[in-house]
Design a protein around this ligand. Structure first.
Ligand code: HEC
Length: 109
């Protein structure tokens, strides 16, 4: 069992580094000029600039994807939704998927 864990760890790290969708999601997420995600949520998604802002790194990919689509489509109207509705407008479904992949792989807070 221990042997399996040791063998799988470098494989999963290598996968995270060479996944083009992950790389695309990271680039989109940290780009300050479009969406500005990292400026509010932090690079890992878990260092929000205000305690009121949610930590989103390590959340499940499908949940993140659904929330981002809902904000973009103006279906999610709770709490502090306005900055998120604005932030999601420039992104298509594929770009939102890539950001969800990037965020889901961040360290859980
Ligand atoms: C101006 C600050 C700001 C910016 C820029 C911003 N966010 Fe947010 N984000 C928030 C706030 C505040 C919330 C909570 C909104 C609410 O109450 O519904 C939130 C919520 C979210 C959620 C839902 C979290 C949950 O637990 O349901 C996701 C996912 C998310 N943001 C991702 C992003 C991504 C990706 C970007 C860039 C495209 C981005 N955010 C840009 C402030 C921001």
């Amino acid at each position: 069992m221990a042997l399996i864990a040791i063998n799988l760890l470098p494989l999963s790290l290598a996968h995270a580094q060479s996944d083009p969708i992950y790389d695309q999601g990271e680039a989109l997420y940290i780009n300050p000029g479009r969406g500005g995600c990292g400026q509010c949520h932090g690079v890992s998604g878990n260092e929000p600039v205000m305690p009121l802002y949610p930590k989103i790194g390590g959340q499940s990919e499908q949940y993140l994807y659904n929330q981002m689509i809902d904000y973009r489509e103006k279906r999610r109207k709770n709490g502090l939704y306005i900055p998120m509705e604005v932030a999601m407008q420039p992104f298509n479904d594929e770009e939102i998927r890539a950001m969800a992949v990037y965020l889901a792989k961040q360290r859980v807070f």
